[in-house]
Design a protein around this ligand. Structure first.
Ligand code: NAD
Length: 352
């Protein structure tokens, strides 16, 4: 299998493969770019059908982290790791220890954290073998909730701040009375709904499971909507907070909202959907910019001298970054997702 000719290979600095037969570990770490600082990115454990599929994922995701860190004003680069295997079937403490050794072997060029299939407990096991495990310490919080290592509250606060900035820019109004449809009442979606409710927004919520929706109806006065109807609701704002590719060729024609601002990763099925949104006069908050609260949180938790206030202030910069993107997109007549990519590239191309 070739790495340098791989379609997802894009000047990655370092791609490492690791196998520990005794521990049952087959894993890949990809470090995309460290110009701004050491690479940070979660460890994903997934039953990839083969190592080629795992390589595709790790190359693509590590590059995405470089862009995310650059746009979040973090002195970090982008990296990612993947473990091949079903986390419910083959994960073991020995495997997590071996993964810790693998991360350690890169000598601090790459820090790992949580992703699908990897829990805080797994990271704690990795941390017995490596100093480069993030997401295990929780000392600061922007407000309210007791820190427990879960970055979702910070992600949700960042999405709230970003959604507010997008409404101000695109609809020229405050959140009071704005109608918002939220797809997904999970860790981030529910917390976003709470912030919006506190600022006078009218909420419409959907999930494929009833618990989160019932809670939002009872506690936040939200209106429950069927999952198949949430994206096409006649509302001001659509907030995708479930899975990726919510905005695709099938869903796009029915979208009536004039703002799309949500937490989900990879919301656009393809990059050129950005231009289609622009043509329809829909202002799109680039996903990796608006959902960076979690990575900002992980960064601050590792700092010796941060504070709740510093974390909060850093997350609030998401609103300013989005306004910078919208202004430039308007000046250049370009789609917001493209402008975000260009600004990120300008930032991380300069060696720190
Ligand atoms: P979660 O799993 O807690 O919540 C997702 C919710 O979406 C679940 O309740 C699920 O039942 C629901 N859902 C799935 N398919 C749906 C559908 N078709 N219609 C309606 N609801 C559906 O995940 P989360 O932590 O809240 O993350 C939400 C999104 O934000 C994900 O895309 C995630 O990658 C992204 N994100 C999360 C964080 C974080 O800190 N948790 C950070 C950055 C990005």
């Amino acid at each position: 299998m070739s790495v340098f000719d791989h379609p997802e290979f894009d000047n990655h600095e370092h791609v490492a493969f690791y196998h520990d037969e005794k521990a049952g570990l087959s894993a890949i770490i990809a470090v995309h770019n460290t110009n701004l600082g050491p690479a940070l990115g979660g460890c994903r454990m997934w039953p990839y059908v083969n190592s080629g599929e795992a390589l595709t994922d790790v190359l693509r995701l590590s590059k995405g982290m470089t862009y995310k860190a650059a746009m979040a004003n973090l002195e970090l680069g982008g990296g990612k790791s993947v473990i091949i295997g079903d986390p419910r079937k083959v994960k073991s403490p020995e495997m997590m220890q071996a993964m810790g050794k693998f991360v350690e072997s890169l000598g601090g060029k790459y820090f790992t954290a949580e992703d699908s299939g990897i829990s805080v407990t797994d990271l704690q096991t990795m941390a017995t073998e490596s100093d480069y495990i993030a997401g295990v310490k929780a000392q600061y919080h922007y407000a309210g909730e007791v820190p427990d290592g879960n970055p979702a509250p910070s992600t949700a606060y960042g999405v709230f701040v970003g959604l507010k900035a997008t409404v101000e820019y695109g609809l020229k109004r405050s959140l009071d009375g704005v109608s918002v449809a939220i797809q997904g009442m999970g860790h981030v979606g529910y917390r976003l709904a709470k912030h919006l409710h506190e600022h006078g927004a009218k909420l419409y919520v959907a999930d494929i499971y009833p618990e989160g929706v019932e809670k939002a109806v009872a506690e936040l006065g939200a209106t429950a909507v069927a999952p198949e109807e949430i994206l096409s609701l006649d509302v001001d704002v659509l907030a995708p907070c479930a899975l990726g590719a919510a905005i695709n060729d099938q869903t796009l024609p029915a979208i009536k909202a004039k703002v799309i601002a949500g937490a989900a990763n990879n919301q656009l099925a393809r990059e050129d959907i950005g231009e289609l949104l622009q043509k329809r006069g829909i202002l799109y908050a680039p996903d990796y910019v608006i959902n960076a609260g979690g990575v900002i949180d992980i960064f601050h938790q590792r700092m010796e001298s941060s504070s709740n206030e510093a974390l909060r202030t850093h997350i609030e910069q998401i609103g300013d970054t989005l306004k910078e993107i919208y202004t430039r997109a308007e000046q250049e007549g370009a789609a917001t997702n493209r402008v975000a990519n260009v600004i990120a590239e300008e930032r991380f191309s300069i060696k720190g």
